[in-house]
Design a protein around this ligand. Structure first.
Ligand code: PLP
Length: 391
């Protein structure tokens, strides 16, 4: 391994050279079942043929022109995303953190336009919104913030899934203009709030003229069994963000807005050189087409239920496991104590998993995962876990 890359990641001692659907192949030709899909990125499977063709075709036509000009494919993608989500417009970025930066800027400018000079945004404990200065300040994880102070001000933190805490914060602070929240916390440990949570937040935002801003960077694009997780609640946010699986691995992010929030940013208020370039937008359009043509949101729901029930069944009564939960293909198996070596144990068995929040096995397989692959994952991971906890 070279020393010429900044050591910002603790990487596992393996690298992959090709992929196919739910499988990755290393340089020795060994195949691994990918239960993580690049952390919820390759939703329509590795080396998806339709997406690959779209990328190749676009690369041969036009990769980039800049936002100094109209970008027809960007317009096509914006129209598609707005039609799918019921939002009014989109700002295109290149990553999740950048998409959230756009959302935070919308909230702040919305405030200033309404004569609130020191706007504050409610955020949650255990949240994750990215690694730029504003998004790490919004993130509810001290480890991610430590060493980067002074943090960006204007974030008020409350417990996740606690509506009373939100109400209390609002009554204590007249400068609150928005709530930024993940529909399901991903990095924080696959934390699924009570079913009414987003509905309650919507109502609170309506009553107090606040913007409801959902970070759908991990939950979006079919992952939870709906194209967007807020569809489970039959509500619409004022702003929501996407990235990760939007273009199956080609970097892109999006901040979508509706109503008043959609009117906030004007020419010169925000920008990005690469944001919404033809290559990324074409890949995103092809990815969305794959999700729609193959009903991958519906398939994710069925596959997720199969896996959830399977793990609950196979790991029933294990005293070292405190919870097994999931929404669509976002699954968590929580241990009572930290399980630091489980990822490398799984790797030895050619299974790619992740542990987040120190003790939650997080599973985010491609939405295309077949029934055979689901069963293989169930069998392999169960036996790895049982061996790990000494059964
Ligand atoms: N928001 C959520 C919910 C995420 O899960 C992530 C990444 O894990 C981000 C934001 C940041 O996205 P990116 O790494 O593309 O900046």
């Amino acid at each position: 391994m070279t020393d010429n890359i900044m050591p910002t990641y603790s990487r596992l001692p393996i690298g992959f050279v090709k992929g196919n659907g739910s499988w990755l192949t290393d340089d020795k030709g060994d195949k691994y079942l990918d239960c993580l899909s690049g952390i919820a990125v390759c939703g329509v499977g590795h080396a998806n043929k339709k997406v690959a063709q779209a990328i190749a075709d676009q690369a041969n036509k036009l990769v980039h022109t800049s936002n100094l000009y109209q970008v027809p494919i960007q317009e096509q993608l914006a129209d598609k995303l707005c039609a799918l989500s019921g939002m009014d417009n989109v700002f295109f970025a290149n990553s999740g953190a950048e998409a959230n930066e756009a959302a935070i800027k919308i909230a702040r400018k919305y405030a200033h336009d309404n004569n609130i000079d020191k706007p504050a945004i409610i955020v949650s404990e255990n949240s994750f919104h990215g690694r730029t200065l504003a998004t790490l300040s919004a993130t509810g994880n001290r480890k991610i913030q430590a060493g980067f102070e002074p943090l960006v001000s204007g974030f008020i933190r409350v417990a996740y899934n606690d509506v009373e805490a939100v109400k209390k914060a609002i009554s204590a602070n007249k400068n609150i203009v928005a709530i930024l929240v993940e529909p399901v916390q991903g990095e924080g440990g696959v934390n699924i709030p009570k079913p009414q949570y987003l509905n309650d937040l919507r109502e609170i935002c309506d009553q107090n003229r606040l913007l409801l801003m959902l970070d759908e960077i991990q939950t979006g694009m079919g992952r939870t069994g709906k194209m967007f997780a807020f569809e489970h609640n039959n509500i619409k946010p004022d702003v929501f963000t996407l990235a990760k699986s939007m273009a199956n691995g080609v970097p892109i992010g999006a901040c979508l807005a509706r109503g008043e929030a959609a009117k906030v940013l004007k020419a010169g208020n925000h920008g990005s050189t690469f944001g919404g370039n033809p290559l990324a937008c074409r890949a995103a359009l092809a990815t969305i087409e794959e999700i729609e043509n193959n009903n991958l949101d519906i398939k994710a729901k069925a596959a997720g239920l199969n896996l959830l029930n399977g793990f609950k069944d196979k790991l029933a009564g294990q005293s070292k496991i405190s919870d097994i939960r999931g929404l669509g293909l976002m699954l968590g198996i929580e241990f009572k104590e930290d399980c630091p070596n489980l990822v490398s144990k799984a790797l030895e068995h050619k299974l790619l998993i992740n542990v987040t929040a120190s003790k939650v096995v997080r599973l985010l397989p491609p939405l295309t995962i077949t029934e055979d692959e689901q069963n293989l994952m169930l069998e392999k991971l169960t036996s790895i876990i049982l061996a790990y906890i000494g059964n």
